[in-house]
Design a protein around this ligand. Structure first.
Ligand SMILES: *Cc1c(COP(=O)(O)O)cnc(C)c1O
Length: 351
């Protein structure tokens, strides 16, 4: 039976990507060599890295002022790297707290400076995106999380920022158009919407770097990674290759704009089904609803039936995060609308 994997991450990838990636592990482009055995400094791999970088630039229309690098350590390592690279001695940064991932980012940054939480949706169990806040100008940077994977909230608008603007886009990068000019640093772990675990994408405006007056170890210094074109040490070759293939797939689909349209349509289908069933309740309402992670509750009397129908129809990965409970359907770029129709059918049948 076909499985419909609604898991939040690692995410599903397009079948074509999995096919090509598995072939390359055995025999990269008929070279007679495996992707994961060749030198990362060999021409074939350098070309893969260049292609991955240029696809990122092209798909997000990145200005020349910004560099694109692939790092390791996941988005979680970025929580501290941002702070270490941007907070000056005795400096401070401002954060919005929109749930687990931003809280973790805040905790790590506190090791490097004074962190001010200027807005939080904690008292609403993180079911909304805070909007009424003022970003101070006497900070080294402002940090926000564009899509809150666990709670299913997403920023529709980004505030004007009088300082350096940093955003964790791990779970919605390449899912919608963004104006990269508005951001000074964007980071994303690859495994939600871009590829497989092991690579982290960082897009950074070069001229914000090197200003802390503090020494940074090489592996944690963005400037070094930019200078060495993400080849400071052995990069995660397989993860970068899978990202490259996925980005090529995004391009072939018509780019980010086309995907945004499809993602909007997919999410609407699902939210409508939830809103139209009296036993179901979306956790987030209105504008703040995520197009990537649809979170909802099912009335106790119907949850057994719902789960039974899910398992009978090959739906997996739909349990909510252990922190927030309920259910969560993650519908990233690669999730086909056909799978969403299967879930919608089940929601309609849960009566
Ligand atoms: C998953 C996730 C992270 C953590 O990513 P890792 O690559 O596992 O460290 C951080 N931020 C957001 C928004 C996420 O969804």
């Amino acid at each position: 039976m076909k499985k419909h994997n609604f898991g939040a991450g690692p995410c599903i990838l397009p079948v074509e990507v999995l096919q090509k990636a598995s072939e390359a592990v055995i025999n990269l482009d008929n070279s007679g060599l495996s992707l994961i055995e060749i030198s990362h400094r060999s021409e074939p791999f350098v070309k893969i890295m260049d292609k991955a970088r240029s696809l990122v630039r092209e798909l997000l229309d990145i200005p020349a002022s910004h560099s694109v690098i692939f790092l390791q350590g996941g988005a979680s390592l970025q929580f501290m790297m941002i702070a270490q690279n941007l907070i000056k001695k005795g400096g401070k940064a401002a954060y919005t707290d929109t749930g687990v991932w931003s809280s973790k980012a805040i905790k790590e940054a506190k090791l490097f400076g004074n962190i001010e939480v200027i807005a939080s949706s904690e008292n609403n169990d993180y079911r909304n995106i805070p909007k009424e806040y003022i970003i101070p100008s006497d900070i080294d940077y402002f940090h926000c999380t564009s899509n809150n994977t666990i709670y299913g909230t997403q920023m529709r608008h980004f505030p004007e920022c009088p300082s350096v603007m940093v955003c964790d886009m791990s779970s919605d990068i390449f899912s919608r158009e963004i104006d990269v000019n508005k951001f000074d640093l964007i980071y994303a772990g690859a495994q939600k919407n871009m590829g497989t675990a092991g690579a982290t994408l960082v897009i950074v405006r070069d001229d914000i770097l090197g200003k802390t007056g503090l020494k940074i170890p090489i592996m944690l210094d963005y400037k070094e990674h930019i200078y060495r074109e993400s080849m400071n040490n052995t990069p995660p070759v397989f993860a970068i290759y899978v990202s490259m293939l996925t980005l090529q797939w995004v391009k072939d689909k018509g780019g980010v704009k086309a995907l945004e349209k499809m993602n909007t349509e997919k999410a609407k289908l699902l939210y409508d089904a939830i809103d139209n069933n009296k036993y179901f309740k979306a956790k987030v309402s209105g504008q703040d609803r995520s197009l990537m992670n649809v979170t909802f509750d099912v009335e106790n009397s119907k949850s057994e039936l719902f789960e039974l129908l899910c398992s009978e129809n090959g739906i997996v990965g739909i349990k909510g995060h252990r922190i927030s409970g309920g259910y969560r359907a993650s519908i990233y770029n690669a999730m086909p609308i056909e799978s969403i129709r299967v879930l919608v059918d089940i929601i309609n049948k849960t009566q």
